[in-house]
Write a protein that binds this ligand. Structure first.
Ligand SMILES: Cc1cc2nc3c(=O)[nH]c(=O)nc-3n(C[C@H](O)[C@H](O)[C@H](O)COP(=O)(O)OP(=O)(O)OC[C@H]3O[C@@H](n4cnc5c(N)ncnc54)[C@H](O)[C@@H]3O)c2cc1C
Length: 320
């Protein structure tokens, strides 16, 4: 059976890798990060935990709903009864933070972290076309087939740096996929917030789009913490500003619900790519190369956590 390199250990890449492994393929997952999960990210600060990427997700598709059932049965996911734009759907979270879910998916997979792939090369593998991925560490990884699941602009850069033939893949389709940036503040608190149950707050105006009380959310039982996410316009305008100053501005903006005298410490994270703005309608893009190369992730299909999962599933079906 063909061997596969899945580049990106977010929910899309892990879902694809898990399905392909179940079908009997030899799969290696590579990620530039220190751990798995990508934008399903949870940070530990002091005794607290904070989700600083995706906050919750909903399920519409039957296959994704079945996966969510599996997560609930195994106590990997829970329900956080916030109301959001998808009011008719239950909002799901990772039981100990969002990263619990990609960690669950990664069980049993061969995942290599700390490897940023900077180039792909077409190679001959004993008479069969294949791929070599070159990482910035100098390490190389070879396989018969490749999946790329990083945000589309990063996939575009990788493909352009790989000097593939321009007719190999529709780079214009990748270029059309866009994301909003997001600046997130994670603050450790000495006491509770003033946010009403169940612990989410979205101001109607100002720089902040969303505040999550991670204690009420149930992921930070030992020490209260909040995640404050700035809106797209503020994040874009202040993306390269001094992080401490930006953090202080965002904390000040929510002082009515997060009393300043309860803030023990805070950290700021910049997401250059957070939510998709424009997506490709299909669940993935296929290159016209002899050895299969598919590009997917949340930039394809319905987007968000659910869309990324479905993209991963569709890629695994296409290669199986
Ligand atoms: C602030 C924020 C808030 C969000 N809120 C929500 C929400 O409430 N609900 C919701 O459903 N979704 C939300 N999302 C979106 C959701 O997190 C994503 O849609 C989903 O996690 C994307 O999964 P993915 O696998 O497609 O990509 P990612 O999770 O981005 O995974 C891609 C992986 O590729 C790796 N990578 C990138 N380049 C390379 C390289 N060259 N070599 C090796 N590895 C590489 C990255 O390290 C990453 O781990 C939010 C995202 C952010 C950032």
């Amino acid at each position: 059976m063909p061997s596969i390199l899945s580049i990106g250990a977010g929910i899309a890449g892990l879902t694809a890798a898990r399905k392909l492994m179940q079908k009997g393929h030899t799969v290696t997952v590579l990620d530039k990060g220190r751990g798995v999960g990508g934008r399903m990210a949870t940070r530990r600060i002091e005794q607290s935990r904070a989700d600083h990427g995706a906050q919750y997700f909903t399920a519409h598709n039957p296959e994704f709903s079945a996966f969510v059932e599996e997560l609930l049965l195994n106590s990997i996911a829970g329900i956080w009864p916030v109301s959001g734009p998808d009011d008719d759907r239950l909002p799901y979270i990772g039981r100990d933070g969002m990263s619990t879910i990609p960690k669950y998916l990664a069980q049993g997979l061969n995942v290599v972290t700390g490897e940023r792939v900077v180039q792909l090369e077409k190679i001959d593998r004993a008479g069969t076309p294949g791929w070599r991925a070159i990482a910035d560490t100098g390490h190389t990884f070879e396989a018969d087939q490749v999946l790329l699941t990083m945000p589309a602009p990063q996939a575009l850069t990788l493909l352009q740096d790989s000097n593939l033939d321009p007719t190999d893949i529709d780079l214009n389709a990748l270029q059309a996929i866009t994301y909003t940036p997001c600046i997130a503040v994670m603050a450790v608190l000495s006491g509770p917030t003033n946010i009403q149950k169940p612990g989410a707050y979205w101001p109607e105006q100002g720089p902040v789009a969303w505040v999550a009380d991670n204690y009420q959310k149930g992921i930070s039982p030992n020490q209260p913490s909040v995640t404050i996410q700035a809106g797209g316009a503020f994040s874009l305008a202040h993306f390269d500003d001094d992080l401490t100053t930006v953090g202080q501005t965002l904390l000040q903006a929510v002082a009515s619900v997060v009393p300043p005298d309860r803030v023990v410490s805070f950290q700021v994270h910049r997401w250059r790519y957070s939510l998709t703005e424009t997506r490709h309608p299909e669940p993935f893009l296929r290159a016209h190369t002899d050895a299969p190369l598919l590009v997917g992730g949340d930039g394809f299909g319905p987007g968000n956590v659910e869309g990324a999962y479905l993209s991963g599933l569709a890629m695994a079906e296409a290669l199986g």
